[in-house]
Design a protein around this ligand. Structure first.
Ligand code: NDP
Ligand code: PYC
Length: 343
């Protein structure tokens, strides 16, 4: 651990993850779940995904304290649903341990069939979705994942929330370097970023959301307090948000975002929803076709030559490299909060 100039400290990944795991275990997670969620939260911070890193620790603790809203000791049940289909009942626990429990069977199915679908239900997710897909691409697979959450996004032309911020993440192997990863909410902004803006007293750009009366607002508090975010890209983002609801509620057998009522959660902040994955082995049956990873590289080269300054995922990979080299910067106020949560 080293001092950082801005009045915080730089912690190694292992140190931060262990501190977070200790907090989560103290508030009711099993050691296994605490280790997985602590690692996930530290990894989001390491990658500069601040809206789903340390900022979420207070919410995790409030959620664990809220009694039966989430089971921090849940043992997920993995179901072999078909030749290329795995279902998981997270047993009202977190999604990250459910994914960990199902991973081996899902990989087995991809090896056998070239593709697999993984559908997780009865689960809670507060993380950055990039962390869920990138490890599959590191093993040579193309991975897509989707999560719904709690109602906070209006449909196209609508005035009140129906969808969650419903992120989509994609990861692909490439011939040169780390996987290509994108990870984006289907709302103009993630709810976590709106909460951060509200906490820091910042106004938002036009077009992010509406207040509880359906009027356009730049006040983040008015959006999170009964208002709604807007889907990105108008009707196109709204269609993707709709698709995510179908893949994460209807397909997995879970709740629609509109059916999650956090006002009844006793202070919990994790939406009780679903997550789905589509995993593809791009090398299956390729024969003499040109190599997948080199075709991806050709495309990325064209994108760069056409003037796109960086690829999605580059910022997170650069943040990761800095964090691993210099330590993960934790501001003084956050260190204080972590100390309070651990006490
Ligand atoms: P951003 O809008 O910040 O980024 C979306 C994607 O676009 C990222 O892959 C990003 O790469 C890329 N990108 C951003 N700027 C550029 C650029 N100039 N050129 C090329 N690519 C670019 O993300 P969101 O605010 O939509 O989402 C933030 C996080 O919130 C995500 O991790 C998401 O999973 C999480 N989230 C989680 C939810 C949950 O239920 N658990 C719900 C909603 C969101 P890069 O990351 O490298 O900047
Ligand atoms: O930031 O939009 C968000 C979010 C919703 C649920 C978890 N994160």
């Amino acid at each position: 651990m080293t001092d950082a100039p801005e009045g915080g400290q730089r912690l190694s990944f292992d140190d931060l993850a262990a501190r977070l795991a200790a907090i989560l275990e103290r508030h009711g997670c099993s050691p296994k779940v605490a280790r997985l969620i602590g690692g996930n939260c530290a990894a989001a911070e390491r990658d500069g995904a601040h809206s789903h890193g340390l900022f979420r620790m207070k919410g995790y603790v409030a959620t664990l304290k809220a009694g039966s809203w989430v089971d921090g000791k849940a043992e997920p049940v993995v179901e072999d649903a078909g030749p290329a289909f795995v279902r998981v009942d997270a047993m009202n626990g977190f999604t990250v341990p459910a994914l960990a429990a199902a991973r081996e069977l899902a990989m087995e199915k991809v090896r056998e069939n070239g593709v697999a679908v993984l559908a997780i239900r009865n689960s809670h997710h507060l993380g950055a979705l990039s962390l869920d897909v990138e490890p599959f691409a590191e093993e040579g697979l193309v991975a897509l994942s989707f999560i719904n959450s709690m109602k906070s996004v209006a449909p196209f032309g609508g005035h009140s929330a129906v969808f969650g911020t419903n992120p989509i993440a994609f990861a692909s192997p490439r011939a040169g370097g780390l996987p290509l990863v994108f990870d984006m909410a289907t709302s103009v902004m993630a709810h976590g970023d709106v909460q951060l803006a509200a906490r820091e007293g910042r106004t938002l750009p036009e077009g992010v959301g509406v207040d509880r009366d359906g009027r356009a607002t730049t006040d983040p508090a008015a959006i999170v307090d009964g208002g709604a975010l807007l889907p990105f890209g108008g009707h196109k983002g709204a269609a993707l948000a709709l698709m995510v609801e179908i893949l994460c509620a209807a397909l997995v057998g879970g709740k629609l975002s509109a059916e999650v009522d956090l006002s009844q959660s006793g202070g919990a902040t994790t939406p009780h929803t679903g997550q789905s994955f589509i995993l593809i082995d791009p090398d299956r049956g390729r024969g003499t076709l040109p190599g997948f990873a080199s075709r991806v590289e050709t495309l990325l080269q064209l994108v760069a030559e056409a003037g796109q300054e960086r690829l999605p995922g580059d910022r997170r990979h650069a943040a990761r490299e800095t964090s691993l080299r210099e330590g993960i910067f934790v501001p003084a106020a956050t260190l204080k909060l972590l100390g309070e949560l651990a006490a």
